[in-house]
Design a protein around this ligand. Sequence first.
Ligand code: NAG
Ligand code: NAG
Ligand code: NAG
Ligand code: NAG
Ligand code: NAG
Ligand code: NAG
Ligand code: NAG
Ligand code: NAG
Ligand code: NAG
Length: 674
Amino acid sequence: MVSGLLLLYLIAQCSLLSHAVTVYDPAGAEQPTGSSGSAAPGATLGNIGWISALNAYNNVRLQAPPLPSPMPATSFALTLTSQAQHMAGLSIPQRGDFFGFSIEMSVVEQVIGKNASFIQVPFLNLLATLADRAIDVRIRVGGNTQEMASLVSSLPDNAMITKDNSAIAGPVSTGQTPTLDYTSELLYLLANVSSLVNAKWYLGIPMNDTTHLRLQIAELGDAILGDNVLGYQVGNEPDLYASHQRRPEGYDVQDYSDEFGVMVNGIHDDKQIKNANKLVAPSLQGTWKAEDLWATGYLDAYSTSIGVIAMEHYPDQNCAAEFPDGGFGPVKDPQAVFPNYLTHASGQQIVQPYLNTAGIAQQLGKEFMMFETNTASCGGFPGVSDSFASALWAVDYGLQMAYSNFTGALLHVGGQNVSYNPFTPPPTNLSLFESWTVGPVMYATLFVAEAIGTSNTSRVVDLRANGGNDFTPAYAIYENDALARIALVNFMNEQDGFGSYNVTISVGGDAVGEANAAPTQVQVKQVSIRRYLLAPSVSDKDQVTWANQTFGGRFAADGRLSGTEVVQTVTCNQATNSCLINVPAPGAALVFLSSDAQAQENPKATHTYSTTAVTNPVATETVNPTALANSNGNSGTFPLAGTSKGGANGANHHFTSLSVSWLSVLLGIVFRLW
Ligand SMILES: *[C@@H]1O[C@H](CO)[C@@H](O)[C@H](O)[C@H]1NC(C)=O
Ligand SMILES: *[C@@H]1O[C@H](CO)[C@@H](O)[C@H](O)[C@H]1NC(C)=O
Ligand SMILES: *[C@@H]1O[C@H](CO)[C@@H](O)[C@H](O)[C@H]1NC(C)=O
Ligand SMILES: *[C@@H]1O[C@H](CO)[C@@H](O)[C@H](O)[C@H]1NC(C)=O
Ligand SMILES: *[C@@H]1O[C@H](CO)[C@@H](O)[C@H](O)[C@H]1NC(C)=O
Ligand SMILES: *[C@@H]1O[C@H](CO)[C@@H](O)[C@H](O)[C@H]1NC(C)=O
Ligand SMILES: *[C@@H]1O[C@H](CO)[C@@H](O)[C@H](O)[C@H]1NC(C)=O
Ligand SMILES: *[C@@H]1O[C@H](CO)[C@@H](O)[C@H](O)[C@H]1NC(C)=O
Ligand SMILES: *[C@@H]1O[C@H](CO)[C@@H](O)[C@H](O)[C@H]1NC(C)=O
């Protein structure tokens, strides 16, 4: 182990070319890019007790469930019309940025950056990877902590955010929400992120106190973020206000509806807020039925002010683990809940209560978003939420939401002590640039972005494949009115050579009263998990791959995909009008029906911030760390001067196409402390 390595990282961009500059301590050997996975520095971090005690880095590995009994057919046909007009049940047109992220306000400093001049480079790289496939990434900064947040003009030690635990709200047993103070630097940080990568933001207006409104976040958001702010969430899970002791017992839909009206009026009266009609609400958690709220006349009264009708839901909770005295009963056994995530029924059950509201949103011309979701609330289930199973679950759940006319879903990022994060920075006091942990659900965001694509015309349909079997779900995506892609999921875990399935896809043909339309060949990309020597398992946690590329194992990611992309080409049988696709157990495959469908959605090379020259697509230089340390010292004011608009103009090359003269220095001073 190299000790005392001081790794400084700097990004400089001169005129049209970006130069990623990597700096190594003279004493330290150059590290391989973390994404290469294997012997990453972090491999042993998981053995350090206090680290593995944090749920984000837990070492729990569950038993994969046995094969289902009875087994579904492992060979079946899908016969599809090539034309959308003949396909029943298609969703509304969806956008590639369907999956985004919800970042708890209290963890912004760890995940996004310390201040506007100190941005977490791996975070930028992760966003760039998704934005290259989805055009943009939608991110909500908020959560429970938004409710108690206050803008202050400055904080001790030049901090951007501080938690004040002395003024804790809510009962100790069910989640104390610290009061949170933040400065305007937070908004500049987000603006600077958007100038580097095409990130769009949702912010939260606190609703803890409707007699003294605190609307500053929206005033500043409009002023500083401009078009990069998509809307303001007003109220977070109001159906839990009473149980969290933030409102009196008995607080009901009518009380909330009235209070929401106070918020709406206050926001409209505030002339500094331009986006007063882009509110996000009601963000129910599921304790109240949406229909009961609608019955109060809520939508009639306020829908003109609402841009996004939002819900927040997790299919399960692990609250007894987090709050042993919270009245949640015995702690749930992750092994027992594991199979619940390995079935198409999960996503179907989650969306079911929302189908009616999805229709209402459509009639009102509003977006309908799952604003905060993940495998399980109260931290997730270690061994489930961070296993390969969760990647497959999120692929199926995401496509199920798209099919059900949600218009987007934000996967929650909750800090170091939750196991479901799409991405987690290294343990707080070990700030390692390359030692992020990318969760399996992150790969699902790439899959779903490519499945939907960038045309804004994709409509999704659940094919109820294989007799509607829950272990072998399939979706078709029609784009510009024609069949473009098919997503196939296999929730089964291979056992004694059984579990994989073959699907024979036919396009057009007599069965659907059309001319044969199977292409001569199709392209296939898979989400898989790499396992050396042994067969991969749904319970594995490391080395998830998308088309053979990986962000790297635990503690081994810098946010860039590495490895050779593998796109399989499958030759179809023109005589039988069919293409035979094998889906491994476990795994998920995305079938591109035409090379067009593939080329179009296949992102151009992601040009991102790199840490080494080895895989860096842009020019890199190595700089003496002392020089950098000095320049960094001068750079309290470094201008991330920003006229550049990340990635707009359809540019996929966020980091090479920034055309402004932006001589910036970057972005992280990182210490290895062991
Ligand atoms: C709302 O939150 C603010 C900031 O944390 C706090 O000062 C205030 O007392 C809270 N109001 C109520 C009614 O809880
Ligand atoms: C992390 O969560 C677990 C429950 O899952 C809890 O027992 C533990 O105290 C938490 N650790 C920290 C540092 O909050
Ligand atoms: C989604 O909306 C479309 C268009 O209105 C509708 O035909 C379809 O039935 C809806 N899907 C679901 C699952 O409700
Ligand atoms: C980091 O924090 C943990 C938990 O508080 C502590 O046990 C550990 O010693 C700290 N490590 C360093 C290098 O400060
Ligand atoms: C898709 O929609 C987004 C957001 O509304 C828009 O910015 C983008 O230009 C659209 N793309 C196409 C190809 O129309
Ligand atoms: C899938 O098809 C291939 C090629 O025909 C065959 O070798 C394999 O056994 C089949 N697998 C299943 C599960 O039917
Ligand atoms: C998949 O990626 C690995 C690691 O980069 C590489 O060794 C392997 O050759 C790739 N597989 C194929 C089929 O290219
Ligand atoms: C930003 O944060 C970094 C790291 O904490 C710190 O070194 C730097 O001084 C801060 N810059 C400003 C302008 O506050
Ligand atoms: C980036 O942050 C700095 C410091 O707050 C600020 O001066 C600058 O305007 C920001 N750039 C953008 C594009 O917002």
